[in-house]
Design a protein around this ligand. Structure first.
Ligand code: ATP
Ligand code: MG
Length: 249
């Protein structure tokens, strides 16, 4: 950072680096976990399959040993399935870290980070919260991950719309049963042909996207017995929302 740069330029570079590191290390960790669980059974399956072929590809096929080899292949494949379930369990959400929270506080705590996302694209973030919202019983960091992912997507989309400065609004509303947080953007909206795929893991339209932002957000919201979705706005742009149930008093 040079002396003439405003102070936030250094922070923005750091934020970019942190986001890149988080993205790459999460992916690398998952990829190596999957590789570790699958390499051994896949190797065994290939070896058994070759042995089976040799047993059957002869004038006097060795049926009994070949049947045995098929059973071994099945056993290895079931083991690989269990390995994948083990990796999934690593990403499951435990109940222990949930605290009673007011959604506006959860958003306010993350505000400096969200403002940084606005700054990166020269955009504006507006926040509005209703009064008298019920408490939520939530894992704050995980819900903040959802906010981060949705606001990041919103600014990514808003930055695509030429002509006007990117605008994103967070609105928190609710009744005694639930709190709904929506993130609206001034972007182009979601094209009809990709609407059904958005929440699928690894679905992305971005050259450097992982396609895990919405998939992980949905997993977190559903682990909180909540729902998540989006509407395409009539005036352009889209509104992503998630609804979390009120804590039972
Ligand atoms: N607010 C939005 N407006 C328009 N399209 C969106 C919006 N949010 C998400 N999308 C679409 O959904 C896709 C999936 O989003 P998701 O957050 O899961 O992954 P990503 O943003 O592509 O990658 P990453 O989150 O790693 O940056 C995006 O690539 C984009 O096409
Ligand atoms: Mg994203």
């Amino acid at each position: 950072m040079t002396a003439s740069n405003p102070a936030w330029i250094g922070s923005e570079a750091i934020l970019n680096q942190l986001m890149e590191i988080a993205r790459i290390s999460a992916l690398a960790e998952m990829a190596s976990g999957i590789a570790h669980e699958l390499n051994q059974p896949l190797g065994a399956i290939a070896t058994f399959a070759q042995a089976g072929e040799r047993m059957l590809d002869r004038t006097d096929p060795l049926l009994e040993p070949a049947l045995d080899v098929f059973r071994q292949i099945n056993h290895e494949a079931m083991g690989a399935g269990e390995g994948i379930r083990r990796i999934r369990r690593l990403f499951e959400h435990e109940q222990a870290t949930r605290t009673p929270s007011q959604m506006p506080d959860v958003v306010a705590e993350l505000k400096p980070v969200l403002e940084m996302l606005a700054l990166r694209v020269g955009g504006k973030l507006h926040t509005e919260a209703a009064a008298d919202l019920p408490n939520l019983l939530i894992d704050r960091i995980k819900v903040q991950h959802v906010l981060f992912a949705l606001v990041q997507n919103a600014f990514d989309a808003a930055a695509l719309a030429a002509g006007s400065a990117p605008r994103v609004a967070i609105t928190i509303a609710g009744d005694r049963y639930a709190v709904e947080t929506s993130i609206s953007d001034s972007g182009p909206g979601v094209p009809a042909e990709i609407q059904a795929q958005l929440f699928r893991p690894f679905f992305t339209t971005k050259s450097r996207g992982t396609g895990l932002g919405l998939a992980s957000s949905r997993a977190i919201v559903e682990a909180h017995e909540g729902t998540i979705g989006f509407d395409v706005l009539a005036g352009g742009g889209s509104r992503f929302w998630f609804r979390l149930p009120a804590a039972v008093n």
